[in-house]
Write a protein that binds this ligand. Sequence first.
Ligand SMILES: [Zn+2]
Length: 291
Amino acid sequence: MHKIGIDLGGTKIEGILLDEKYNTIQRKRIETHQENGYDSIVKSIISLINELKAKTGEEASVGICTPGITDANSGLVKNSNTQCLIGMPLKNDIENILGYQIMMENDANCFALSESLLGSAKGYEVVFGVIMGTGIGGGIIINGTLHKGRTNIAGEWGHHTLHPNGNQCYCGKQGCVETYISGPALEKRWLELTGKKESLQPIVQDLSNEKVKQWKEEFLVNFGMALANVIDILDPDVIVLGGGVSNVSFLYDEGKAAVYENVFSDLVKTPILKNKLGDSAGVFGACLLNR
Ligand SMILES: [Zn+2]
């Protein structure tokens, strides 16, 4: 059966149609237009699905990758940075319009699934896929299967407490991992230290000055503690990094060393790898939800 994957992002909605062998038949990107609200996003998704489906003469499965988690009990979207989705029964609404069942998972789970089956983590049994971007997410794949957990939150290391009484998080708690090593958190810390509003890419280009040293040291300590906690519990065979922050090259040598320092084992050799699929992990992961 052909597979349709939709990656619903804050600014773009991407759709892909694959054949049985995962060859790409059609790919299309449209604007999300969050400002037009929930109903307009649902309409855009439906028209994209129908357009892709029209390219194949047969039935196609549909998987959707979303920002935020769909609550296991209520079916409502929660913890999404695309705010108008919060509290909405997105999966249900789309199924009602299409008239058939679809699969839906959050972006970190789709990322982990695609990197595990088609990307950097191919061949590893237990995979922890990490998204470090606007938010911090994670997904666990065991022998090619997504481990969602009892309430769909398995792998959500972004809201572990790193520093009690630390930075305020949108989730209501203080000191969450996300408030220290997400893209916006790192840029905010840079602004506090230097008075300069800069994005991550130029910050990491010149790592020689004193201010950068402090910023980098804090980043490494937080990254090391946060991922070491994950390793202590899951002890995965590999960790794959994705999202904008995964482009910071020192995470793969100094970052890895900082993680190892904090793990409860002298034997730790867990590979920490950069993703292979880049921005395409979402659409492929969405397709792979139907296997
Ligand atoms: Zn939080």
